[in-house]
Design a protein around this ligand. Sequence first.
Ligand SMILES: [Zn+2]
Length: 310
Amino acid sequence: MKYRRVVVLLVLIILVGPFPACTKRGEEPAGMKKLKVITTLFPLYDMAGSIGADKSDVSLLLPPGVEAHSFEPKPSDIVKINEADIFVYTGRFMEPWAEEIIKGAANENLLVVDASRGTKMIPGVFHDADEPAGSFDPHIWLDFDNAKIMVKNIMQAFQLKDGAHKDFYEQKAEDYRDKLTELDTLYKTTLATCKDKEIVYGGHYAFGYMAKRYGLKYLAAQGVSPDAEPTASDLVKLVEQIKKDKIRYVFYEELTSPKIAETIAGETKAKMLLLNAAHNVSRNQLEQGLSFFDILKKDLDNMRIGLECK
Ligand SMILES: [Zn+2]
């Protein structure tokens, strides 16, 4: 690890000074190699793709439509990582498998980015006795201040690997952070007007950060990981809560069967609305170029209906 840091530092010194960069901005030599960047989850893919733009080749390790928490990399994924310049993962609570891969990577060139570095994490909520106690909620991208720190971490990796375009990456990251600020303001102003402040979620505990940030109450059928089935008593509690608080909408999660939300809705006559935590996207959405911001704006539209906001 120390050796890798020294190499990165030497590369940085060579790239940023004392000699001027060999190319002027906007004048790429023909066939210039793009940075190869592998990201694990969709928010990281969206951030890295926006920062690297045409100077990078960013890919998503998670196949489209696959549930993120139960993902296990295949040997072909390890090969991809071994050929990359940068590997970005969310953190050890989201991708416990990532550290094994990093240790085993036979790629001296690889720069590994733990996007959670410096973020403010909150303790996880667990419904399953098998889940490790004392670990943190991995859904850090759903707190937009944390998302800004993730953007900074990713930007710094691009700058280390390609110092000739340091300003380019700085500007792209700033643009992305500005969009996050705008989205945060929209969330704050909208969610402050809701008649109802309680989200009942027929899925895993993914929106803890968002609930905390905007002063919402959040009840989920499962803990921070969707692997475990909710217990009958968890479901009974949710149904009772919905009846007691006269809640009219139950939210369901993306890319999995909404059967938990359907069960709750069936018992309570509540209607269903999607609340997408953006772990991953479908193949169609990926091809259409759906962005993190598109998903989060649609979520706010659905909360506006479900929580009766202006
Ligand atoms: Zn999750």
